[in-house]
Write a protein that binds this ligand. Structure first.
Ligand SMILES: NC(=O)c1ccc[n+]([C@@H]2O[C@H](COP(=O)([O-])OP(=O)(O)OC[C@H]3O[C@@H](n4cnc5c(N)ncnc54)[C@H](O)[C@@H]3O)[C@@H](O)[C@H]2O)c1
Length: 270
C-alpha cells in the first residue's frame, strides 16, 4: 500500500549492494511513495552490477562515490542536483564495513590502520556527506537525513568488534550535525538502530544465525525485517516527522528495552 508520502521529494540513497540490502528496500519503497532519487555506492561495489537492476526498476541514475572521498561526494551532490533538477529533501546513509571484522581479526589484536578505515567508512563518512551537503547548499528546508546503526554502539556484542566504536561515532555525529543543520536549514538528522538483518554486512558478523535467533527471542515483537526498516525510513523522510531530530531511534521489536523474555527463559531452561 502506498500513501504518496514522498511525492515531489528528491534524494540520494547510499548503500544498495544487492536485493538484500536495507538501502535496496528503501529505494523500492521510496519510489512507490513518489520520490525521485539518485543511487550511489563505492565504485568497487558497482562491479557486482546488481545496482543496475534497481536503477532500472526505480528510474534512477547511478553515481558512484566512495563515501570517504570528499572529491567523490562533491561530484555526487553536483550530479544529483543536476539530474534531479533541484536541491534534496532526503539522504539515506546505509554504509558499514570493517576490514578487521572482514579479515577475522580479534578485538585484542586489531590492526589500527584498518580500525581507522572502519571509523572512516562507517562513521566519519556520515560527517563528510553532511559537510559536503552543507557547503554545496544541497538541502531543502525541512529535509531529512537518516543513517542506519546498531545497538552495539550502547552495549557490547563481542563479535561486532570495532564496528561498535564506528557506530558510536556515527550516532554522535547525528546529534552534533543535527543541531547544526536544524539551525542552518531546519534539516533533521537521525540514526535508526535496526534489528540484526540478513544482508551482506549482517552476515559478516561471525555466529550471525545464532545471534539472529537470540535477538528474535529477546524482542517482544520479533526482529524487524529490512522491509519494515524501509517503512520506518520512509516515515522519517516524510513530512509526518518534521520535529524529530538528533535522535537514535530503535527499530528493533522492543529488544533495546527488554531485560529478558519468557521465550528466552524457556529456551535456556531446556
Ligand atoms: N544487517 C544488519 O544486521 C544491520 C543491523 C543494524 C544496522 N545495519 C546497518 O545498515 C546499514 C546497511 O547495511 P546492510 O545490512 O544493508 O548491508 P549491505 O552490505 O547490503 O550494505 C552496506 C553497504 O555499505 C557500502 N559501502 C562499504 N564501503 C563503502 C564506501 N567506502 N563508500 C560507500 N559505500 C560503501 C557497501 O557497498 C554496501 O552497499 C549499515 O550501516 C549497517 O551497519 C545493519
Amino acid at each position: 500500500m502506498a500513501y504518496n508520502l514522498l511525492k515531489g521529494k528528491k534524494g540520494i540513497i547510499f548503500g544498495a549492494l544487492d536485493e538484500n540490502s536495507i538501502a535496496w528496500k528503501v529505494a523500492e519503497r521510496a519510489k512507490k511513495e513518489g520520490a525521485e532519487f539518485t543511487l550511489t555506492n563505492a565504485p568497487i561495489a558497482m562491479r557486482m552490477g546488481a545496482i543496475n537492476k534497481l536503477a532500472e526498476a526505480t528510474g534512477s541514475t547511478i553515481i558512484p562515490a566512495d563515501a570517504t572521498s570528499l572529491e567523490d561526494l562533491d561530484n555526487l551532490f553536483t550530479k544529483s542536483m543536476e539530474t534531479l533538477g533541484g536541491k534534496l529533501d532526503f539522504i539515506l546513509h546505509s554504509i558499514g564495513m570493517s576490514p578487521n571484522v572482514r579479515k577475522g581479526k580479534e578485538y585484542g589484536d586489531l590492526n589500527y590502520e584498518w580500525f581507522l578505515k572502519t571509523i572512516d567508512i562507517s562513521g566519519l563518512s556520515f560527517h563528510k556527506v553532511m559537510q559536503v551537503a552543507e557547503k554545496k547548499d544541497a538541502m531543502n528546508e525541512w529535509g531529512s537525513i537518516v543513517a542506519l546503526t546498531y545497538i552495539a554502539a550502547q552495549r557490547t556484542f563481542p563479535d561486532y568488534s570495532d564496528m561498535a566504536e564506528a557506530k558510536s561515532v556515527l550516532e554522535s555525529i547525528a546529534r552534533s550535525y543535527g543541531y547544526r543543520f536544524a539551525k542552518l536549514k531546519k534539516v533533521r538528522v537521525n540514526t535508526i538502530s535496526q534489528s540484526p538483518t540478513v544482508t551482506t554486512a549482517g552476515k559478516g558478523i561471525s555466529g550471525f544465525n545464532a545471534f539472529l535467533d537470540f535477538a528474535e527471542r529477546q524482542s517482544p515483537l520479533g526482529n524487524a525485517s529490512a522491509e519494515e526498516c524501509a517503512d520506518y525510513v520512509i516515515t522519517m523522510f516524510s513530512d509526518l516527522t518534521k520535529k524529530v531530530t538528533m535522535q537514535n531511534l530503535f527499530h528493533d521489536g522492543g529488544f533495546s528495552s527488554t531485560g529478558i523474555t519468557n521465550e528466552l527463559m524457556e529456551k535456556l531452561s531446556e
